[in-house]
Design a binder for this molecule. Structure first.
Ligand code: PGA
Length: 259
């Protein structure tokens, strides 16, 4: 493994607290795989559903190299926002990461680019590590708009934050996840060339924004059998995994392929 990589799990709306507890029990027991992976510098991150954050915190107590956080928080800390999740509550529960802008939030819950920019502003204020998801739809890729879309998603979320000095933006807390929408949960993984091209482009936009050190994860149908090849690509600093993160052994097999 060239430099420290990140392996993040997005459990979406799966697992109960009990299933969360069982997952971590297995995760720390299977063949020393966890210990080997962290010894080689791998950083794990878990995004359980909000009701499982408490059990996640308990299961991870005393463990290093594993972070966790919510899959979504609102752009305001508190107030009359029925049904929303608060970043400050997540912080008090021990979360150090937050996921922002997943394509399911953008598409199913109509989260706009301006709302996502507000969310990143808030997570920056609290110095939370933010995994910000970007990615093009199939239609956008087929009409050659991939770069335009990726650049727009990055700029609309970050431009004001990096230029407004009063925000004290910390690029070291920003992680980008490139997730082509057509590759999420479909079994259709992007090709090596598509990933290499997109990650190099994202890196160049991040450089322009003064965020050159931000790691860039790939997400979309990552499995143990494609993780090795993908992790060797330049500017691929780890993965955000959905389906294959739900089972401890399958997830650890990905970790093993990366190190
Ligand atoms: P997938 O999901 O690994 O099941 O494709 C990735 C994601 O939604 O983050």
């Amino acid at each position: 493994m060239k430099k420290n990589k990140i392996l993040a799990a997005n459990w979406k709306l799966n697992k109960t607290p009990q299933q969360t507890r069982e997952f971590f029990k297995n995760f720390f027991e299977i063949d020393q795989k966890f210990t080997t992976a962290v010894a080689k510098g791998l950083q794990f991150v878990f995004f359980p559903s909000a009701f499982c954050l408490d059990q996640t915190q308990k299961s991870l107590s005393g463990i290093t190299h594993v972070g966790f956080g919510p899959q979504n928080v609102y752009s305001q800390e508190s107030g009359a926002f029925t049904g929303e999740n608060s970043l400050t509550v997540a912080l008090e529960m021990g979360a150090t990461y937050v996921l922002v802008g997943h394509s399911e939030r953008r598409q199913l819950f109509a989260e706009s680019e301006s709302l996502l920019a507000e969310k990143i502003k808030l997570s920056n204020k609290h110095k939370m590590k933010t995994i910000f998801c970007i990615g093009e739809t199939l239609q956008e890729r087929e009409s050659n708009q991939t770069s335009t879309v990726l650049k727009k998603q990055l700029q609309s979320a970050l431009q004001n934050l990096v230029t407004d000095k009063t925000q004290n933006f910390s690029p070291e807390n920003l992680i980008i996840a490139y997730e082509p929408v057509w590759a999420i949960g479909t079994g259709k993984v992007a090709t090596k060339d598509q990933v290499a091209e997109a990650h190099a482009f994202i890196h160049s936009v991040l450089q322009e924004l003064g965020c050159a050190q931000s790691p860039i994860l790939y997400g979309g149908s990552v499995k143990a059998d494609n993780a090795k090849e993908l992790s060797l690509i330049s500017h691929v600093d780890g993965f955000l995994v959905g389906g294959a993160s739900l089972d401890a052994k399958t997830f650890l097999d990905i970790a093993e392929a990366m190190i």
